[in-house]
Structure formats: C-alpha cells, structure tokens
Design a protein around this ligand. Structure first.
Ligand code: SF4
Ligand code: SF4
Ligand code: SF4
Length: 286
C-alpha cells in the first residue's frame, strides 16, 4: 500500500468513527478515476438503491410499472446445461479470469475469485430438503456476484468505492477502496475477494489482457458483470462463451420482451439466500 493510501486509510477511519466520512473527504484525498471506465466512475446515487423495491417489486425483485424505464441487467444460469456439459463452467471461469486479469494463487488464503464452482449446499443453504436427490446433491453451482437490487455491500462501504449503477450493476472503483473490508462482511454470498498480495504476482504479466487494469494489494474486487463489455453492447464474457448451449442468459430484467424475461416466465428459478432480502439479479434454473 503506498503512502497516499495509507494516509487516506488513517483519515478515513477517523472520519468513519466520527461519522464524518463522505464523498468530500474521499474526493479530496483520492484523485482516482475508475479503472473500468465511465460506468464505474459514476457517482453512486442513494436514491437509486433498491429502487424497484421502493416502487413495489414482485417476489424476484422485478420492477413495478413505474420503474420499468430503467434497465436492470441480470443473468439466468441453467444448471441443467452445466450438468450436461461440465466443461462449460471451466470455460466461463477461464474467460472471466483472462478478461479481468484475475490473479491465481495456490494458497487459498490469498485466493481471488470472480466466478467459481461451489457445492449446491453452499450455494443454496436455504433450499435444503430432507434427503435430497443425488442429482441435486452432486450439482456444482457456478456462483458470482449477484448484483443485488438491494446490495448490503454498497450500504456498508464508507467511501463509495462500491456502488450500484442505475442499470443495476454493482461496481467497484478500486481507487476509492481503502481495504476496510466492510463490504466483505456485509455480503452474504462471499462474492468479494481481498487482495492480500500484489495481484500482479499471481498473473503471467506477459499474457495479461492489456485492455483491463490490474489491481493492487489492499483493495477488494469482484465480478463487475463485464461492465466494460455491456457498455458497448456486448454480452458478459462468461455468457458469450456459453452462448451455443444457452446455459447462461443475460439481459434486461425490466424489459418484458427480453429473452431473459421469457426464460424467467417459462422456467422455475431460484435465487441465492432469498431470506437476506438482497434481491439478487442472478437466477438459477435447477
Ligand atoms: S452478491 Fe454480495 S457483493 Fe454482489 S451485490 Fe450482492 S451483496 Fe454486493
Ligand atoms: S474494502 Fe469494501 S467497504 Fe471498504 S472501501 Fe473497499 S469497497 Fe468499500
Ligand atoms: S459477468 Fe463478466 S465479470 Fe462477472 S463472472 Fe461473468 S465474465 Fe466474470
């Protein structure tokens, strides 16, 4: 951590304790712009938080009539397709890691994860049943940030380094992150990773994606729903790599005519930990 960030950490800590932490302090001390482009540099708008809920959302957190003019990006993950072709998950993980220069460390304590496989029981602890069928029990589930419509990580962040965009993507501004890890404590899904080490040490620097920034030690990172691709009309990389199988569907949850809405309409889907009230934008067909 460089001196500027160390000083900021001290001051921001004092400010938080005193209830004085805020954008003015952050803007004065951290003159950083978002490394993932204009989208991530957007100011976090507290009025936009959980907007669809305020407007009267349905059980999946879908927008009520009045809020439908705004996009809300979401993903449906069809676990049946991943069972049929186990290589799909590896492809999705690999393409995400490459696109975003996600470091690889063998020591689990230093692991950084944007998208990964976990056991069904871990992914859906609330969807337990007495003696689950073997097929469900053996299903490994692809998990990532849920880009929650009511994200506790955003509320916990004292510097607005993590924020929710008007299109529903929960983003990160690494330059504003002071490494306090409040967001990690607040996220009920373990979707965030802390860079305990310099992430560049976990990358082959000759083979990195030069179009995406590497991060630094002491900051948090996570899936950004490929904001850098979505912003120019592309699908997220993990969705694109699975496109032939349609194992992942991306689209606007607020558009009743979108493919994702049709998939949600025609299939029974579940979300992770619904009791937390976060209203994830990632849905699963089991
Ligand atoms: S999954 Fe976690 S990190 Fe992602 S938006 Fe929800 S609370 Fe935040
Ligand atoms: S660690 Fe999390 S809560 Fe703390 S500043 Fe960084 S993004 Fe915000
Ligand atoms: S949406 Fe993009 S950033 Fe998120 S897991 Fe998929 S490839 Fe990675």
């Amino acid at each position: 951590m460089d001196k500027k960030r160390r000083d900021f950490l001290k001051i921001a800590g004092i400010s938080t304790l005193a209830g004085l932490g805020g954008p003015a302090v952050v803007d004065r001390l951290v003159n950083g712009t978002s490394p993932v482009g204009a989208n991530a540099a957007r100011e976090y708008d507290p009025d936009a938080q959980g907007e669809t809920h305020k407007a009267g959302a349905g059980e999946h957190g879908e927008a009520a009539e009045g809020a439908k003019t705004r996009k809300r990006w979401g993903i449906v993950i069809d676990l049946r397709k991943f069972r049929e072709d186990p290589e799909l998950a590896e492809k999705a993980i690999k393409v995400c890691n490459y696109n975003h220069n996600v470091p690889h460390f063998t020591n689990k304590r230093h692991e950084v994860k944007w998208i990964w496989l976990t056991e069904f029981e871990n992914a859906f602890p609330e969807h337990s049943q007495y003696h689950k069928d073997t097929k469900t029990l053996e299903t490994e589930v692809l998990v990532l940030c849920n880009h929650c419509d009511s994200p506790p990580c955003v509320r916990a962040c004292p510097t607005k380094a993590t924020f929710k965009s008007p299109d529903g993507i929960v983003g990160m501004d690494y330059h504003r992150c002071i490494g306090c890890r409040f967001c990690m404590a607040a996220c009920p899904y373990g979707s965030r990773s802390f860079n305990w080490r310099d992430p560049r040490a976990g990358l082959d620097m000759k083979k990195i994606n030069r179009k995406f920034p590497t991060r630094m030690r002491g900051v948090v990172e996570k899936c950004n729903m490929c904001v850098e691709r979505v912003g120019i009309g592309l699908q997220p990389a993990c969705v694109e790599v699975c496109s032939e199988s349609k194992a992942m569907i991306f689209g606007d949850l607020n558009d009743p005519n979108s493919e994702i809405r049709q998939v949600l309409k025609n299939n029974f889907t579940i979300q992770r930990k619904p009791s937390m009230g976060t209203h994830p934008s990632v849905f699963y067909i089991v």
